[in-house]
Design a protein around this ligand. Structure first.
Ligand code: TPP
Ligand code: MG
Length: 576
């Protein structure tokens, strides 16, 4: 690779000559980056060579998808931007699922991808892929760096775009010749984003109208999503709920944004949400949505969703207002800033009848399961996990039944505690997410509650946890099925279990072969002591819970049904 020298129009005495790789490293350090998830390849070797001498911690996943999920969970657990670095072609292509996962859940990631030499782009060069073309629909922003003079500015812009407004993943594609070229650098490059504007301060009039609507409401419900966690606005939500006396339900991604032990908590709403949250939403006269996006798993049939309610929507993203559900009072801006203003104007109201009605629903239809059963019930394992970790662990999940039981039976008390792929529903997320969260929070107990099938997808990352001595725990709720698929086939396809049963390896043996600890639990009476042993382990530890194979998740709003048309209520009622 021939090295070229470029100069910027700056006085030579104040500037210094740097390679592109050095500029990247300096910009990353300037951005406060201390950890990166990266996988090498030919076109990123100049950069890896520079990174070798920096204090930045480099974590090497076993697959780029895993690395991207690690960066994603690192961001969710810490509130910082997750950074991933991969090579061109196959490396960049392997990021796609991870980027789409982050995009759907508004998670800030900066992905640096190597690209073939500028002169070879478009030539079907070795390991060439059109990375910006491939990743455009799954990123908030992406670009190819075409001149070394643009490099520092572009990376700064990437961090800014990823982390501001509604956050999301950003890809910066860097041809290898730009890594080795030299450029004279004079101070930090200024960002240039004239078209990118973020409004954080909410309209004062709209906020007053919202406050009045709350003060007049007899049957309000606060419906909060992951945006509350992103905006670090949990404290403000608690103050609002207490001051105005509002019941609070959260989305899957909102879990942890409101302490579920509090009396105002309605727990999660939606397809597998609580009956009391779903009924309350359907019967409320005012629905105040904050940092949530009316996802179809939340609303059920749109036509009948909260049909008697006036709807307030507070969100940083103007594009999400009235996208799925018509909103009466929109307030665009940062949730925390808006809540601070809103709190000043709301008044306490008793709402005795409303809270009595909610208490009755709670009593009649609690989340429940057969506690007398002699088999290992997944819900019992999670309740025991919650008890032994005192509600304090960081929980990551797979997708499917395991994810829904983790949402229903662990009780979350603080933000950034529940880390799950909500929007995309990416199986295989749980294990790499646990690794990313553990890197971000070395002192925390981090547990992946996973499905057998989801674990199968990325279990190779257990070797990453072993290599970096990360004491993550994995609880596989092993039903030998793609359980959620089997549940749908049982209910809607006449029990024809087409392609949904699995022949699995012995996970404890697999864990041991990789250098982790493996435990198998096939008796109910062994659950508590296995969890105790797992929590005391310093090594990564996998517990294979051989659960009741045909256990279902209840309640369930079947696809296309209204939120109040839940199946399984008779089961919950009989177990209450
Ligand atoms: C990558 C990916 N492929 C397919 C699906 C569709 N899907 C949703 S849940 C599920 C089954 C999950 O099985 P398992 O991981 O064992 O979890 P369980 O439901 O049994 O707890 C499948 C295949 C998905 N969500 N993600
Ligand atoms: Mg399963």
């Amino acid at each position: 690779m021939a090295s070229k020298t470029h100069t910027q129009a700056t006085p030579a005495d104040k500037s210094s000559l740097k390679t592109g790789a050095q500029i990247i490293v300096d910009t990353l350090i300037e951005q406060g980056i201390d950890t990166m998830f990266c996988y090498p390849g030919g076109v990123v070797l100049p950069l890896f060579d520079r990174l070798y001498d920096t204090p930045i911690r480099l974590i090497n996943p076993r697959h780029e998808q895993g690395g991207c999920h690690m960066a994603d969970a690192y961001a969710r657990a810490s509130g910082k931007v997750g950074v991933v670095l991969v090579t061109s072609g196959p490396g960049a292509c392997n990021l796609v699922t991870g980027l789409a996962t982050a995009m759907m859940d508004s998670v800030p990631i900066v992905a640096l991808t190597g690209q073939v030499r500028t002169e070879l782009i478009g030539n079907d060069a070795f390991q060439e892929a059109d990375t910006t073309g491939i990743t455009r629909p799954v990123t908030k922003y992406n670009c190819l760096v075409e001149r070394i003079e643009d490099l520092a500015r572009t990376i700064r812009e990437a961090f800014y775009i990823a982390s501001t407004g509604r956050p999301g993943p950003v890809v910066v594609d860097i041809p290898v010749d730009i890594e080795v070229d030299k450029c004279s650098v004079n101070g930090p490059a200024e960002m240039n984003l004239p078209g990118y504007k973020i409004r954080t301060k909410g309209n004062a009039r709209q906020i007053s109208i919202t406050a009045r609507a709350i003060n007049n409401s007899e049957r309000p419900v606060l419906y909060i999503g992951g945006g509350i966690i992103t905006a670090n606005a949990s404290e403000e939500v608690r103050t609002l709920a207490e001051k105005a006396h509002l019941p609070v339900t959260t989305t899957l991604l909102g879990l942890g944004a409101f302490d579920q032990r509090k009396p105002e908590s309605l727990d999660m709403l939606g397809m597998h949400g609580s009956a009391y949250a779903n009924y309350a939403v359907q019967e409320c006269d005012l629905l105040i949505a904050i940092g949530a996006r009316f996802d179809d798993r939340v609303t059920g049939k749109l036509k009948t969703f909260a049909s008697g309610a006036k709807i307030v929507h507070i969100d940083i993203d103007p594009a999400s207002i009235s996208k799925n559900v018509r909103v009466d009072i929109p307030v665009v801006g940062d949730a925390k800033e808006i809540l601070i203003e809103l709190i000043k104007e709301v008044e306490f109201r008793e709402r005795k009848q409303w809270f009595k009605k909610i208490a009755d629903w709670k009593k009649k239809y609690p989340f429940s399961y057969d506690r007398q059963a002699t088999t290992v019930k997944p819900q019992y394992a999670i309740e025991e996990l919650c008890r032994q970790t005192k509600n304090e662990a960081i929980i990551t999940t797979g997708v499917g039944q395991n994810q829904m039981w983790a949402a229903q039976f662990y009780r979350y008390i603080k933000p950034r505690q529940f880390i799950s792929s909500g929007g995309l529903g990416t199986m295989g997320y749980g294990l790499p997410a646990a690794i990313g969260a553990q890197v971000a929070k070395p002192e925390a107990t981090v547990i992946d509650i996973d499905g057998d099938s989801g674990f199968n997808m990325t279990m190779t990352e257990l070797a990453t946890a072993v290599q970096y001595n990360l004491p993550i725990k994995v609880c596989i709720l092993n039903n030998g099925y793609m359980g959620m698929i089997r549940q749908w086939q049982e209910l809607f396809y006449n029990k024809r279990y087409s392609n949904s049963s699995l022949v699995n390896p012995d996970y404890a043996t697999v864990a041991q072969a990789i250098g982790a600890v493996g435990i198998t639990v096939d008796k109910k009476e062994d659950v508590a002591k296995a969890i105790k042993k797992m929590l005391a382990e310093k090594k990564p530890c996998v517990v294979d819970f051989r659960i009741d194979r045909e256990e279902n998740v209840w309640p369930m709003v079947a696809a296309g049904k209204s939120l109040n048309e839940m199946d399984g209520l008779d089961i919950l009622e009989s177990l209450a």
